[in-house]
Design a protein around this ligand. Structure first.
Ligand code: ADP
Ligand code: 3PG
Ligand code: MG
Length: 366
């Protein structure tokens, strides 16, 4: 069976309280992409309750200790975007939140505090999922970027409520499905960033699909380390399992030849590597990219990522680029329109393109 899309649901079924899962774990771009779904629901739903995670907080810490992961700033942003008051529920007592929501006037929109402050979210605990579900009448997933996570607010909740994919979730699935059907060759995949173990494993599913894989970021550090090379104090994942060693041995990997460093810490690919990667991208017909080539937030170490952006933007290849940090510089450079498709997903996009069944996507099929 296919995914149940919100777009196709008869409006008469949308009149209750909608629980909408967003992914607000970025600088605001994913929220912008969710606006059409939220505006649509504002027309037909009685109330809206927004759920999201942010970062990777420890649920055992007190709210005060986890403050930097609070969604309060996101509730202010959403209020501005929708030009409508968003009631932020700054605690995680769900029964109390349920009462607040039920007692509120029609047309209210709520945002709950970070779902990862709750024990059981990451474990997809049934009891928590049921508790989330008790806050509304139906569920809309507009968080494609989280759909590779088996979390209570992503998958578990769908067991208790009619559940639909939001407009941008649909847009992601439709666009990403097209690309892998028959990618024009050469097909180049580019991997970087810092969520090392998550993303290294996705490389295995591209080993036969892509003609070659260019590697940068902390991912490259880890492969160099697995190959026994010296990487000083660079960011790395030292745990070696079978899959990781397999990745390090892949033949179609193109690794950086030089770096920009701070002491012994590798923080970006170097000029020779930029040139080599640029030449490969120039010949490509299809490019898939996730993960910055360096720690671009620090001045001087954004050069590698910028070069990759410029090369893809000027190439004739059809390009698909995703990930919260990967999109930051593209948007700063105002080059969004030069790319074939921008995915909100980082890990989720890679797993989807690699052919994996994502739990958050599967949960919307019935
Ligand atoms: P995305 O959000 O695009 O999916 P990730 O979350 O995996 O990407 O990684 C993004 C982060 O990777 C950036 O914040 C960047 O600073 C970091 N990064 C990239 N290269 C390095 C490096 N060599 N050392 C440390 N951090 C790096
Ligand atoms: C992302 O930014 O890739 C998503 O929000 C998922 O975050 P996570 O890797 O912490 O689950
Ligand atoms: Mg990220």
């Amino acid at each position: 069976m296919g995914i149940k899309y919100l777009r196709k649901v008869n409006k008469k079924y949308l009149s209750g309280t909608a629980i909408v899962r967003l992914d607000l774990n970025d600088d605001g771009y994913r929220m912008e992409r969710a606006v059409p779904t939220l505006k649509y629901l504002l027309k037909f739903a009685n109330k809206i309750v927004v759920l999201s995670h942010k970062g990777r907080p420890e649920p055992s810490l007190t709210l005060r200790d986890n403050k930097k992961y609070s969604l309060e700033p996101e509730s202010v942003k959403l209020s501005k975007l929708l030009e409508k008051k968003v009631d932020f529920i700054g605690h995680i007592r769900l029964s109390e939140a349920g009462n607040e929501i039920r007692n509120a006037k029609s047309d209210s929109i709520f945002m709950l505090e970070n779902t990862r402050f709750l024990e059981g979210e990451k474990e997809d605990e049934r009891e928590l999922a049921e508790h989330f579900a008790s806050l509304g009448n139906y569920f809309v997933n507009e968080a494609f970027a989280s759909s590779h996570r088996k979390n209570a607010s992503v998958t578990g909740i769908t067991k208790f409520l009619p559940s639909y994919a939001g407009f941008d979730f649909e847009n992601e699935v439709e666009n990403l499905s097209k690309i892998m059907k028959k990618p024009k060759r050469p097909f180049i995949a580019i991997f970087g960033g810092a969520k090392i173990s998550d993303k290294l494993v996705t490389m295995l599913s591209f080993r036969k699909k892509a003609d070659c894989m260019l590697v940068g970021g902390a991912l490259a550090n880890t492969i160099l380390y697995l190959r026994g090379e010296k990487i000083g104090k660079s960011l790395v994942e030292r745990e070696m399992d079978g899959a990781m060693l397999k990745i390090a041995g892949l033949k179609n990997l193109v690794m950086p030849k030089d770096f920009r460093k701070k002491g012994t810490i590798i923080l970006d690919i170097g000029p020779k590597t930029e040139k080599e990667y640029g030449a490969i991208i120039k010949k490509a017909k299809t490019v898939v990219w996730n993960g910055p080539m360096g720690a671009f937030e620090t001045k001087g170490f954004e050069k590698g990522t910028k070069k990759i952006i410029k090369e893809i933007a000027t190439s004739k290849a059809f390009s698909v680029v995703g990930g919260s940090e990967t999109l930051v510089l593209i948007r700063k450079m105002k080059l969004e329109k030069k790319f074939g498709f921008l995915s909100t997903g980082g890990g989720a996009m890679l797993e989807f393109l690699g052919g994996k069944k994502l739990p958050g996507v599967e949960a919307l099929k019935k």
